[in-house]
Unconditional design. Structure first.
Length: 141
């Protein structure tokens, strides 16, 4: 895939994630994180979204972000279910789940990821209060 086509597909995915974040989540922070994630995936040597439908990749990006930011927890806001994501994008749960896992592994994402966590998640990070001393001991700040 040439650079122009890659950038075009990347922008299509960003447009889809922006629309979902605006219409369903009503959250600009998720939209910004999704855009950042798509752009980071676009810089990979083997760009994962070169093949496959843009809707599947957009849903997978939202799913990956949602997984590490507890989007599927009804007690937190914003909230969306996996079914809502798949219904919005017209995708299948198993396909999106697999692509989401691929994204999380490729970007080495986990809970409270410093690059892709929402501000709320960063504030609630239980590990933020600990630091490593010069002697190699973990201490409470």
């Amino acid at each position: 895939m040439d650079k122009e086509k890659k950038l075009e597909k990347q922008q299509q995915i960003i447009n889809l994630t922006n629309a979902f974040c605006s219409e369903v989540l009503k959250d600009d922070e998720y939209a910004a994180l999704a855009q950042k994630m798509v752009q980071k995936l676009g810089r990979k040597r083997n760009v994962p979204f070169e093949t496959g439908k843009t809707e599947i990749w957009a849903a997978a990006v939202i799913h990956a972000l949602g997984t590490i930011n507890f989007l599927f927890d009804k007690s937190l806001q914003p909230y969306a279910s996996v079914a809502q994501i798949n219904e919005y994008f017209g995708t299948k749960q198993s396909t999106v789940g697999n692509k989401s896992k691929e994204i999380r592994e490729m970007l080495n994402l986990s809970f409270w990821d410093s690059e892709f966590s929402t501000a709320t998640m960063e504030d609630s990070n239980p590990f933020a209060k600990f630091t490593m001393s010069p002697e190699g001991l973990i201490v409470f700040k």
